[in-house]
Ligand binder design. Structure first.
Ligand code: CUA
Length: 324
């Protein structure tokens, strides 16, 4: 849109749509504000005490048509704005099935840690492809932060203990501000960074070069592969996916996306949040038919490792479903 000072750049599809809504609301506010202001000034001048040129007999004290007009027009306008805004909100925050490029963002005092599916990591900078739908999966390692990119008109709370998502499509290559917009301690104001949008082809090259911008011989381990390593280093493999395990453990190869029957009779979905909770607090939702014998990995597995383990467990389910 036009280059208006004090307005952040608009660099995503959603940002452009939100800007249109913003200007529509601003114009409505100016139009209605002007009608009221000029009406008040006009009447104050015309009916001032010293003006004897006006007819003051027979004052109107009610008029149904007028009242309906000034009630119904604003009502319909407000409902239309609500519907329009709700649609834009859902475009960004309603869950979607696939079709996106996913990145993981972990907030911690006081930095942003970003992970790409192929294993590339970045700190306080997030590199994204232009023209592609992106899902950002946000979580916090300590207190509540908020991940905000004004140029895309998006922000999402980074909450400890749960994954939050948002979806958007960056459109213009360039560099944009990244902020924490939830007061999170002494250095909250320093918890800033950059979002870098690259054209699709450049992005692919950058991703394959391991993120450093230089071509290296060895590809970084993907999130799945890092997850498989963490699975070993944390000792998960002593029991899970071990045919000779001394204890009876649930089958992880079909966990992701399945319905999990719990010991207390509830049924939950085997999604990211369930897997995360079962790693960090295994006693919370014990699978029916199994004993609560797994130790907690709270304070042992980092949020980075949890994301890697989830990617690994997800990949197990995908390969046991025949590739997808
Ligand atoms: Cu993190 Cu404010």
């Amino acid at each position: 849109m036009w280059n208006i000072p004090f307005v952040p750049p608009t660099a995503s599809e959603e940002g452009a749509a939100i800007s249109n809504l913003y200007w529509a609301i601003s114009i409505l506010a100016i139009v209605f504000g002007s009608i009221v202001l000029f009406g008040a000034v006009f009447l104050a001048v015309r009916y001032r005490a010293s003006n004897n040129d006006v007819d003051r007999s027979n004052p109107v004290d009610s008029d149904l048509r007028m009242e309906l007009t000034w009630t119904l027009i604003p009502l319909f306008l407000a409902l239309a704005i609500f519907g329009w805004a709700a649609k834009l909100y859902a475009d960004i925050y309603a869950p979607r099935e696939g079709g996106y490029y996913e990145v993981f963002v972990i907030g911690k005092q006081w930095m942003w840690h970003c992970q790409h599916p192929n294993g590339v990591r970045e700190n306080n900078i997030l590199t994204l492809p232009a023209g592609r739908l992106v899902r950002v999966s946000v979580i916090s390692q300590d207190v509540i932060h908020a991940f905000s990119i004004p140029a895309f008109r998006v922000k999402r709370d980074a909450v400890p203990g749960r994954y939050n998502w948002m979806y958007f499509t960056p459109t213009k290559p360039g560099e944009y501000h990244l902020f924490c917009t939830e007061y999170c301690g002494t250095k909250h104001a320093e918890m800033i960074g950059k979002v870098r949008v690259l054209p699709e082809k450049e992005f692919q090259q950058w991703l394959e070069s391991g993120g450093a911008g230089v071509q290296t011989a060895s590809r970084p381990a993907s999130l799945e592969e890092q997850g498989a390593q963490a699975f070993q280093s944390l000792g998960c493999n002593a029991c899970h996916l071990n045919p000779n395990s001394a204890v009876k453990v649930p089958d992880l190869t079909k966990l992701y996306g399945s319905e999990v029957k719990l010991a207390d009779g509830r049924v939950v979905k085997g999604d990211e949040d369930y897997i995360r909770e079962s790693i960090l607090n295994p006693a919370a939702k014990v699978r029916a038919g199994y004993d609560p014998v797994m130790p907690t990995y709270q304070g042992v597995a980092t949020e980075e490792q949890v994301i890697q383990l989830i990617a690994y467990i997800k990949s197990l389910a995908q390969s046991s479903n025949g590739g997808n």
